[in-house]
Write a protein that binds this ligand. Structure first.
Ligand code: 15L
Length: 266
């Protein structure tokens, strides 16, 4: 990989990858719809753009070998917002990538594509999607789009169903789904560099003892997570003691995403 594009480079994950992937690939091209810090050696910072604008996306992907697509909306939002960024914008990125001859796409899909599975069930990468929100539906769409562009056009696709990315797990649910920056970097590199990626789904989680995922597909591809959430467990659980809990949010893997706007009889 010579030139790797990171979309959504101004967000939390994008800012971290900008550092951890620095020097790994000769050129990191960075893009967002918000302003991001100026380019350093080995970087190209693109003009601010909205991925719903196909002409702008075509300019963005020209000359790129691989894409880490973090752009778009990263949580629940109105249908119109999701439609523009995570459906139309996402399609633009894939279609422009095909026209430009991009070889690989690593997608930030999400645990919310499968958030309506109960926490009591261990799920692998082959379960049927059970999105917990409009946002989760858009992430399921990204996986379907990845499959189509892999099967029809040969763009290698790694869908990383990210749990929660950060320096440490921030609550009891995140003890199950947390991923550290260095572990996520490893997954991204597998997606860009593994010689045999055609279409793969993995969970973007560290080696958490409380995980409700069977992440054997990631391990099969060589993932060796360095971090796990257990050292943070006592502190996280103590901080939550006595706090009121919503039973729907507690029951499902997706937490407040399934319980938000929930209108079934409880
Ligand atoms: C996600 O997909 C979101 O992008 C992130 O902001 C968190 O809400 C995360 O899931 C989570 O479930 O913790």
């Amino acid at each position: 990989m010579h030139r790797v594009l990171i979309t959504g480079a101004g967000g939390g994950i994008g800012r971290a990858l900008r550092e951890t992937l620095r020097g790994i690939y000769p050129i990191l091209r960075l893009s967002d719809r918000v302003a991001i810090p100026a380019a350093r050696d080995g970087e190209e910072v693109m003009d601010q753009l909205d991925i719903a604008d196909m002409a702008a996306v075509e300019r963005l992907v020209a000359g790129v070998d691989g894409i880490v697509h973090l752009g778009g909306i990263s949580g629940e939002s109105s249908w119109d917002n999701i439609l523009q960024s995570n459906i139309v914008g996402l399609y633009n990125v894939f279609e422009a990538a095909r026209r430009a001859g991009v070889k690989r796409i690593v997608m930030a899909t999400s645990n919310h594509a499968v958030g309506f599975y109960p926490r009591s069930q261990k799920i692998d990468h082959q379960v049927v999607v059970r999105p917990d929100s409009r946002y989760g539906v858009s992430k399921a769409f990204s996986e379907a789009l990845g499959a189509m562009y892999a099967d029809k056009h040969g763009i290698g696709f790694l869908g990383t169903r990210i749990g929660n990315f950060g320096a440490k797990p921030i609550d009891s649910r995140r003890l199950a789904i947390w991923i550290s920056p260095r572990d996520y970097t490893q997954l991204v590199r597998i997606g860009l560099e593994h010689p045999e990626i055609h279409f793969e789904i993995v969970y973007g989680v560290s080696d958490n003892a409380r995980s409700w995922y069977d992440n054997s597909n990631a391990y099969r591809l060589g993932y060796k997570p360095q971090d796990n959430s257990e050292p943070y467990a006592a502190e996280v659980l103590a901080a939550e003691e006595g706090q009121p809990k919503d039973p729907i949010a507690e029951y499902y893997q997706g937490g407040t995403f399934p319980s938000g706007e929930y209108s079934r009889p409880r």
